[in-house]
Design a protein around this ligand. Structure first.
Ligand SMILES: Nc1nc2c(ncn2[C@@H]2O[C@H](COP(=O)(O)OP(=O)(O)OP(=O)(O)O)[C@@H](O)[C@H]2O)c(=O)[nH]1
Ligand SMILES: [Mg+2]
Length: 318
């Protein structure tokens, strides 16, 4: 208790401001990135219907009156088959040690399975950090299924030795209970001042964000293992010379890497149409991000078996 004469007692609300980190974990495709974006209110992480979309931790910042919540969106945790897969899992586990609260995402429309139980077992080792179970994609489940899922998640927690601080059903797509989730996470953060300046929504470097938007555009529509083989690097970004001041143009040079030359045709498509579509889609997103017209110069290159090659991984930023 502060004494009545202490200066801090004059402004109790300032002392109660909370700030800290929450990370979302879960199987690939559980809806972690979509939920991150919904909470932040803007797209900070790319999403796709392909599993293992997220490949590095992305921070999204939620600014509230009473708290600043920094969301750390991590790659889906899965059984690794490549060196890349191992690196992604390492990233996730390192993050657990650094956050104030962990949100475990489980889709409402899929039964709790071995993959989830595996994560729960691992999570149980992280003793002191409060854990919230988040049942995602509730718009895809009827009432009965959702009820069963909430019970199953409760049960899974008990079996793994986790005491859930909360179990919250949400739909990021329908915008249901997203605000409630923020209301529940905020009190679990320690007291403290904001960690990021007002208005900052992410700490993703612009070049990384641009590469991610290109990768996102390239992911949809390709099948099987190909999404995992795609990596994108922005090599250069330069304002076009000789442009009038009121009509600037930014040249963005990017490489889209695949693992085998046999994949080239799929990415490029007949008469180059697929690559063209990817470029158009990505360009729109990048222009929205930067607020300026760009020219996207996109090339497809082979980086042989990069997911398994330490040297290539380093070059591609892993
Ligand atoms: N209907 C519905 N679909 C959702 C919802 N949230 C996510 N999705 C979809 O589920 C798919 C996966 O979403 P992501 O947010 O990329 O999943 P993730 O957990 O980040 O996946 P990884 O990064 O691969 O681990 C995408 O097609 C999303 O549109 C939701 O609330 N409702
Ligand atoms: Mg993701």
């Amino acid at each position: 208790m502060n004494s009545p004469t202490s200066p801090s007692s004059a402004a109790p609300s300032a002392a109660e401001h909370r700030s800290g980190f929450a990370c979302f974990v879960g199987r690939p495709n559980a809806g972690k990135s979509t939920l991150t974006n919904a909470l932040v209110g803007t797209k900070v992480a790319i999403t796709s219907s392909r599993p293992q979309t997220t490949r590095h931790t992305v921070r999204g910042i939620v600014h509230r009156e009473d708290a600043q919540l920094v969301l750390v969106d991590t790659p889906g945790l899965h059984k690794p088959r490549t060196l890349l897969g191992q690196r992604l899992n390492d990233v996730v586990r390192t993050t657990w040690a650094e956050v104030d609260v962990i949100g475990f995402c489980l889709p409402a429309d899929q039964k709790v399975g071995p993959g989830d139980r595996f994560i729960a077992k691992e999570l149980a080792q992280v003793k002191r950090t409060p854990k919230v179970a988040i049942v995602t994609k509730t718009d895809l489940a009827d009432r009965e299924t959702l009820t069963q899922q909430l019970i199953a998640v409760d049960q899974m927690g008990k079996e793994a030795g986790i005491e859930w601080a909360e179990i919250v059903p949400v739909s990021a797509v329908a915008g249901e209970q997203v605000d409630l989730l923020a209301d529940l996470l905020a009190p679990l953060l320690p007291e403290g001042p904001p960690l990021y300046p007002e208005g900052d929504l992410t700490d993703e470097p612009e070049l990384v964000m641009i590469a991610e938007l290109i990768r996102e555009a390239a992911l949809e529509g390709v099948r099987d293992e190909l999404p995992h083989s795609i990596a994108v690097v922005v090599e250069e970004m330069l304002p076009r010379e000789d442009r009038p001041a009121d009509r600037p143009l930014l040249d963005v040079h990017a490489n889209l890497f695949i693992e085998r030359s046999s994949q080239k045709g799929i990415v490029i498509g007949p008469k180059g149409q697929r690559l063209k579509d990817v470029g158009t889609k990505a360009r729109r997103q990048i222009e929205a991000l930067l607020g300026t017209p760009i020219f996207l110069d996109l090339h497809v290159k082979v980086a042989k078996d990069w997911q398994r090659d330490p040297k290539q991984l380093r070059r591609l930023g892993f």
